[in-house]
Design a binder for this molecule. Structure first.
Ligand code: AMP
Ligand code: ZN
Length: 471
């Protein structure tokens, strides 16, 4: 099979080929840095990380660009409220954003351009749009005339029948009912801080939000992008307006594949700052959940389905992870054990089959749930084989290598233990066993507690003591 992706513009699965063989240019709309992101936003960012990792596992070389929206209506409001220059205000929220990505084991994008560092590029696009007859000036701002772009609406299929010619919308965000001409350059207004204004050929002012993404995506990835993503709320007006501006300026196709993720919801409603129904990552971690469990939950639902966030679902993610980790630990022990090394053909065949099923799931529109399904079918068989004493050390090593390989995309397992930690823990376990033999339970409990404090749990089993990291 080859890679198929669901393209929002086509409303169907389409075979994917990049523009340049083997290379993917991917633009992922980043956060508006006016407060800490919530786990709904993080669902989208984790999905994009899994997407990059999956493309790489399929052999593509991926360049991911994620912008930081550090100037728009919301960041300006926030900076004014806190009495800070815009950049100082957004710096803070950029720092916590990167912290959250790191905690969730997200591989950094190639670049994280900030809108405020790209105002000259935005001015150039406005000039081109003006040369090509797509803009007009009014109320001190420059507007995109959507009637000048006949295919306006082709991405979102928004209803244009109610569109009022010449009517304008000044806000960065607006609803479908407000299909209107939108601002590409907003003239300076009373009360706006100097730190949020630029003196340019277009006059003093600031860019419209949509223009920012047109400028940054084309600067880093060229005028035609392979893939552009965001969550479904970005389709209109943000992405529709990006298409109008970019294609209006270049005359070329802007994006070949549009991918949009469904929302994370709570009690049937989109998680959103404005609704107050949100959790940040620190909120969830404070309740004792590990970042890896959060990541697992976020990627466990296919991206085109809504993800209903509950703490029960998160507990489910904890147990699923424990199953994976416990298998990995036992496979590691078996792989290191002495014994016959006559790998079984049948088991190796199963490893290969599982590898193929996982790959097929990624090729099928990045289906993370199907890839987990294939993985857990394999986990079940590996557990049975282990418990039945049928796994040779070489089989166990092959199975463990498969888990690690699949986790290269999922990113949910604890990092492979380094040899020194393993040796140290084993030595402590031996000391604890000695203490127990001496019936010195205070000493043996102290060793167990010390390891627990470091996140290492001991389990007494008929085969001896096992250890694993707490998830
Ligand atoms: P914003 O900071 O509002 O620009 O949002 C950053 C990203 O998170 C955008 O791609 C949004 O579409 C996405 N997003 C916002 N709310 C949710 C949600 N509840 N679930 C998933 N993604 C979301
Ligand atoms: Zn964007």
């Amino acid at each position: 099979m080859s890679l198929r992706l669901f393209d929002t513009a086509a409303r169907s699965l389409v075979d994917f080929e990049p523009l340049r063989p083997g290379k993917i240019g991917l633009y992922t709309c980043g956060p508006t840095v006016y407060n800490r992101v919530h786990i709904g936003n993080l669902r989208t960012f984790v999905w994009e990380d899994v997407m990059c990792r999956a493309f790489r596992s399929l052999g593509f070389d991926v360049t991911q660009v994620m912008n930081l929206t550090d100037i728009d209506d919301k960041t300006i409001r926030g900076a004014i409220a806190e009495g800070l220059p815009l950049r100082d205000f957004t710096d803070r929220h950029i720092a916590t954003f990167f912290e959250d990505l790191k905690t969730l084991n997200v591989i950094p994008a190639a670049v994280y351009p900030r809108a405020t560092d790209h105002v000259p590029e935005m001015v150039e696009i406005v000039k081109k749009l003006t040369e090509r007859g797509h803009t007009y000036e009014s109320d001190g701002s420059i507007w995109f005339r959507i009637a000048s772009f006949p295919s306006y609406g082709k991405l979102s299929r928004v209803d244009l029948s109610s569109m009022k010619r010449g009517a304008r919308v000044a806000d960065d965000e607006y609803e479908k009912e407000d299909v209107r001409d939108f601002a590409v350059w907003k003239g300076a207004k009373e009360g706006e801080p100097e730190s949020a204004l630029w003196e340019t050929e277009l006059g003093k002012g600031r860019p419209g939000w949509h223009l920012e993404c047109s400028a940054m995506s084309m600067k880093y990835l060229g005028e035609t992008l392979d893939i552009h993503t965001g969550a479904v709320d970005n389709v209109f007006p943000h992405h529709e307006n990006e298409v109008a501006q970019s294609e209006g300026a270049t005359g070329k196709t802007f994006v070949r594949f549009w991918l949009h993720a469904e929302h994370l919801i709570v009690d049937g409603e989109k998680m959103a700052k404005s609704k107050g129904n949100f959790y940040t990552l620190p909120d969830v971690l404070a309740r004792g959940f590990s970042p890896r469990a959060v990541r697992y939950l976020l990627l466990s639902v296919p991206y085109r389905q809504k993800l209903n966030f509950t703490f029960d679902a998160l507990r489910g993610a904890v147990s699923a992870l424990e199953r994976l980790e416990s298998l990995e630990t036992r496979l590691g022990e078996r792989a290191g054990a002495a014994g016959a090394d006559g790998a079984s053909e049948a088991f190796r065949g199963r490893v290969e089959e599982a590898r193929r099923s996982v790959r097929a799931a990624w090729e099928d529109d990045l289906n993370s749930a199907a890839s987990l399904g294939a993985l857990f079918a394999f986990v079940k068989e590996a557990n049975t084989a282990l418990e039945g004493g049928q796994l040779d050390p070489a089989d166990a090593a092959a199975a463990r290598a498969l888990l690690r390989e699949v986790d290269g995309v999922l990113g949910v397992l604890a990092p492979a233990e380094d040899a020194s930690l393993e040796a140290e823990v084993e030595a402590k376990i031996a000391a604890r066993q000695d203490a127990r033999k001496r019936r010195d339970f205070a000493a043996s409990d102290a060793i167990r507690d010390e390891l627990a404090a470091r996140g290492i749990l001991l389990e007494d089993t008929p085969q001896g003591v096992r250890w694993r990291r707490k998830s």
